[in-house]
Design a protein around this ligand. Structure first.
Ligand code: R5P
Length: 286
């Protein structure tokens, strides 16, 4: 087996290589003067299982992924297995309006063309895996995030909305604390309050966990409301930290921001390779 790290996910490829004790392939990845991408696999992968690790965000990394896959196929790799730590376009998982694409499905169709299997981490919705025509697996970073939150002595884990409640519940189970989700309550015509469904956060150390922090708007609203309602400290955690624009500033009243390394930023304090490695081991090495 050879593991290839794309530009967006070299860190995870290196971690997987160490955990699985499998070699990293030597690859050349560069951009031409006009910014078109050039890739070359320098090792001989003929007859080998090739694992390509590449977050498909932003768009330039999708092109790189497609070219790496083709390079592996052209070199007669036995199989090509994709590790997509952050699967971009997952939030457009249906047509919200006529005339729109189902972007998550379009990506799956194209990424799956030259691959035998794929694993992603905390995709926006699990059913996105069904868009692939090849075996597709999900693994969750929540247990790794929960380990960090446990060290912070978190007493309540909150989801910013009902859709993310399962994530908060799973983290709380691991930490051994309570969990809840936030919901919007209309007070009058002009006022909407964000409240916990059942728990009182007054005087508590809480964590709010979501799959993605993009502009930070969702999380900032939740943090500020919990502070207003008396939470002592508010930790913010997510799997995929995009932190677009001034997202981090918006989260200024949080005690700490924790994200994984599916997208590398200054907040990537949690590694996802430990949750990906068992999937690769089971599918390719056993
Ligand atoms: C939405 O369904 C997601 O789970 C996140 O809550 C959302 O994408 C976060 O976006 P933003 O940081 O821009 O509010």
């Amino acid at each position: 087996m050879y593991i290839i790290g794309g530009s967006a996910s070299k860190n995870i490829a290196e971690d997987l290589s160490k955990i699985l004790d499998q070699p990293l392939a030597d690859v050349t990845i560069k951009r031409f003067i006009d910014n078109e991408c050039y890739v070359k696999i320098n090792d001989d992968v003929n007859g080998e299982d090739v694992v390509i690790v590449q977050t498909t965000y932003p768009d330039r990394n999708i092109i790189e992924m497609l070219l790496l896959q083709d390079a592996a196929v052209e070199a007669n790799a036995k199989t090509v297995f994709l590790v997509i730590p952050y699967y971009g376009y997952a939030r457009q998982d249906r047509k919200f309006q006529e005339g729109e694409p189902v972007s998550a499905k379009a990506m799956a169709k194209h990424l799956g063309m030259n691959a035998n299997g794929v694993v992603t981490v905390d995709p926006h919705k699990d059913y996105i895996l069904d868009f692939f025509d090849i075996p597709a697996y999900n693994c969750s970073a929540v247990p790794e995030i929960a380990k960090h939150l446990k060290e912070k002595k978190v007493e309540i884990v909150l989801a910013p909305d009902k859709g993310a409640a399962g994530r908060a519940e799973k983290a709380a189970e691991i930490i051994g604390c309570e969990h809840d989700f936030l919901e919007k309550k209309r007070i009058d015509d002009k006022t909407i309050e964000i409240k916990t469904k059942k728990l009182d956060v007054n005087g508590k150390t809480v964590a709010i966990i979501d799959d993605i922090i993009s502009t930070g708007g969702t999380m900032a609203k939740a943090v500020n409301e919990m502070k207003k309602q008396g939470a002592e400290e508010v930790y913010v955690a997510c799997t995929h930290g995009l932190f677009v624009g001034n997202a981090a500033e918006k989260l200024g009243s949080a005690k700490e921001i924790l994200a994984t390394d599916t997208i590398i930023t200054g907040f990537s304090k949690i590694k996802v390779a430990p949750v990906i490695a068992p999937v690769l081991k089971k599918q390719l090495l056993e």
